[in-house]
Design a protein around this ligand. Structure first.
Ligand SMILES: Nc1nc2c(ncn2[C@@H]2O[C@H](COP(=O)(O)OP(=O)(O)OP(=O)(O)O)[C@@H](O)[C@H]2O)c(=O)[nH]1
Ligand SMILES: [Mg+2]
Length: 373
């Protein structure tokens, strides 16, 4: 049996004002809940006495371990190093500055140990979660970041949270490329997991010490998202690959719809003698319905778990989204041709792409949104 049942990684950089309090608080919670945990402080060679403080505390805490990193500094790199050194099979990551409520750690632990989830995340954006004392600018940046993350992981409300736990086995064979602040995204994108739970929590801004977040990290973050998307193209065990598959299938269904549309348009006009615009109305509607059936059975299989439990509600949702998609397609066609002087065939291709993205993402996150929590 492993020496510890939980490893709590605390990355630190210049946290003298917090380090003692956070370590005592975490050990206190662990003692009360009977979890045999080690704390692993991963410090980036803080010059402010954080390291000395931890060493002092080690005298009274045999479960307190410290890594001081001399090179390749960075939050994600530090956490990744902690993953490699964790002695327990379950790992928790938490900030040193009391932004994450330490009393919730047992809840995370139980969700893995007792309920068997692979990854458990603290969410600021799930119902019940919140952020205290953040200026508007920071909220907007964070929401923007979450938006990109949600393209990759549509069911996860806060894929950039710094407060999470996981089974160590999730990291087996995962080639992490840690950089920047968003190590959780890296874990979700490259790790091997199938179940997750989000626990809402209220993020409190630090009271002690200084923030190290630089605003220029957004570009890095977008690169990270792209890297995760590309990684999935040749690592088919990842969850992002499952999203890619949905995009491909949705596209194929869309192409099948063109054939249905054209076939019915032709048949009604040529054989039934309908006026072609009148035929087109039926042709469009028929392709919307066949697209719906194929997507419901194939692209988003397991649709019975969808939040919209009844099929007819999904059909109506799909219908409305599709009609708006047609309007978007025509609007882009019109705008690019009339105001940007583009050849109407190119404008139309742009319109099709925008409408496709609209149709996919809105249907993905509305019509076939999974009912997880
Ligand atoms: N090892 C290591 N830890 C870091 C680094 N940057 C930040 N940390 C730690 O990571 C945690 C989160 O960093 P914060 O600076 O609190 O980041 P934040 O919560 O986004 O921003 P503020 O709370 O406003 O400062 C804290 O425990 C920091 O001490 C780093 O480069 N290396
Ligand atoms: Mg903080």
């Amino acid at each position: 049996m492993a020496e510890y049942s939980l490893t709590i990684i605390i990355p630190t950089f210049n946290e003298t004002d917090n380090i003692e309090n956070i370590i005592e608080a975490v050990f206190g919670v662990m003692e009360n809940s009977g979890i045999n945990a080690e704390i692993l402080v991963v410090d980036d060679d803080s010059g402010d006495g954080t390291v000395e403080k931890v060493k002092e505390l080690q005298i009274n805490h045999s479960g307190l371990h410290l890594v001081v990193r001399e090179s390749d500094h960075g939050l994600s790199q530090s956490v990744a190093e902690g993953f490699g050194r964790a002695k327990a099979d379950i790992i928790q990551v938490i900030d040193a500055d009391f932004s994450h409520p330490v009393e919730m750690i047992p809840k995370f632990y139980r969700a893995i140990k007792d309920s068997g989830y692979d990854v458990v995340m603290g969410s600021r954006y799930a119902k019940g979660g919140d952020i205290k004392n953040w200026p508007l600018k920071r909220r907007i940046i964070s929401l923007g970041a979450t938006f990109f993350g949600r393209i990759l992981f549509p069911e996860i409300t806060d894929p950039v949270s710094g407060f999470f736990s996981l089974k160590k086995s999730v990291l087996k064979n995962a080639v992490l490329k840690p950089r920047g602040y968003k190590i959780l995204m890296e874990v979700l994108g490259k790790g091997n997991w199938s179940s997750f739970k989000e626990i809402p929590f209220v993020f409190k801004d630090r009271e002690e010490g200084e923030s190290k977040l630089k605003l220029g990290t957004m570009a890095d973050y977008i690169c990270q998202c792209i890297d995760i998307g590309l990684y999935a193209l040749y690592h088919h065990e990842t969850n992002v690959w499952k999203e890619w598959k949905k995009v491909f299938k949705f596209g194929l269904v869309g192409i099948s719809g063109i054939f249905v549309n054209t076939g019915i348009l032709y048949a009604l006009t040529e054989y039934a003698g309908f006026y072609y615009l009148f035929s087109s109305f039926f042709a469009i509607e028929a392709s919307i319905i066949t697209n719906f059936i194929l997507n419901d059975f194939w692209t988003f299989e397991g649709g019975q778990k969808s939040r919209m439990r009844q099929k007819w509600r999904r059909l109506i949702s799909f219908q409305v989204v599709s009609v708006i998609g047609v309007i978007i397609n025509m609007a882009v066609l019109f705008l690019l041709t009339e105001y940007f002087g583009l050849w109407y065939i190119f404008s139309n291709i742009a319109g099709i792409i925008v409408a496709f993205l609209w149709n996919f993402f809105v249907n993905r996150n509305l019509t076939w949104k999974l009912n997880i929590q």
